[in-house]
Design a protein around this ligand. Sequence first.
Ligand SMILES: NC(=O)c1ccc[n+]([C@@H]2O[C@H](COP(=O)([O-])OP(=O)(O)OC[C@H]3O[C@@H](n4cnc5c(N)ncnc54)[C@H](OP(=O)(O)O)[C@@H]3O)[C@@H](O)[C@H]2O)c1
Length: 383
Amino acid sequence: MAPFTIRWGIISTGGISTKFVHDLLVDPSSREVSDVAHKISAVGSRSVESAQKFVDKFKATPENESAAWGVKNGVLEGVKAVGTYQEVYNDPDVDVIYVGTPHTLHHRNTKDALLAGKHVLCEKPFTLESAELEELIAIAKDKNLFLMEAVWTRYHPLAYAVEEVLKSGKLGKPKRFSADFSMDFPLDDKPTSHRMLDPALGGGSLLDMGPYPSVWAMLLVHRNPHNKDTDPKVLTSHQTVYEKTDVDINSRWLVEWKGTCQGQLMTDLGSAGFQEATAVLQCEEGDLVIEYPPYRSEAYQIHPRPERDIGAIKEKSRHHHPIAEGNNGMSYEADEVARCIRDKKTQSDRMPWEESKITQGWLDVVRTAGPTATAHLKGTAGQ
Ligand SMILES: NC(=O)c1ccc[n+]([C@@H]2O[C@H](COP(=O)([O-])OP(=O)(O)OC[C@H]3O[C@@H](n4cnc5c(N)ncnc54)[C@H](OP(=O)(O)O)[C@@H]3O)[C@@H](O)[C@H]2O)c1
């Protein structure tokens, strides 16, 4: 049977849109997918020159690169390069919009796309604040459109493998959780207008990196078969200010799943943390360790409890679940979007609105309690 082909409209021509479009061009069979396929119908940028340059560059992909498959096989056939985002939302050849703009624009761009009747995959963090997210969900529900936060990590081979470990019950009940996304970002070498530094664009570590410790919190604790708390709350938080622009250089927050365990989540732009483990779930029978990087991990480890002879797990083991070669790792979420739209779903079971709302709620609490300039940012809900 021919695959179900979804037609994408791409919003913005920055770094992440480049990676996403690359992955739409990779042969689906290289990741053993045959039921869905992708086409790129339009690319929108604030300038038509930038949109055209973006398209031309992909069309000229060297033969030996994985994305050349899509160029040869019609993924870019008839693609339009346009100088406004609205033209992409209005394009009848587009089924779904990918939003790859800075954080503070996600709500505006996604809302415009939904109002034009398009399904949307929006980059993380979904929105600046919960009120914006609530509004987007209400529009998607009302218009019966698919809407998802682009948390690609949830669709990686490792995420499925770890889910099986948790379901097997061999680790037992969770006791402690911690997750970290940290790096030595060259803060002082960047212009203060850079999106990671500009408070008006939601700069700082929390909004950009916070979705990743949150992914692991959601996958390892929230969705753990032992957890019954559907509304985990932030108990306390701390942020350190980067004095040059008043954004957070680091954030830490403590979450509690009542009756299950607490989790410590961390983001840091000023100092790379321990690179062997991005998330650790310590359980009654043994410990689960997710290796770096948090957004694209390819291996997990299982360890005996630190005090031997307590848990049932006696041997350390390492399990590798790689992303297909030649793929940044974004094809998997794109495949999920295609399948959900094919199946007339408005949300994905693996990244449901409810879980985006929980993560967004944590980011709201940490951001508004903190001392940074982004604490006072107001979203565009209702506008
Ligand atoms: N999933 C992931 O792993 C991942 C990784 C990196 C980033 N992201 C997310 O993707 C989003 C974009 O990040 P990025 O690294 O791709 O950023 P970027 O390279 O700066 O690109 C953002 C693009 O947005 C458009 N834009 C519209 N208004 C803008 C404004 N006022 N200032 C700057 N750019 C504006 C620009 O494209 P045009 O000029 O073409 O309109 C720009 O190239 C962020 O929300 C980030 O959290 C996700």
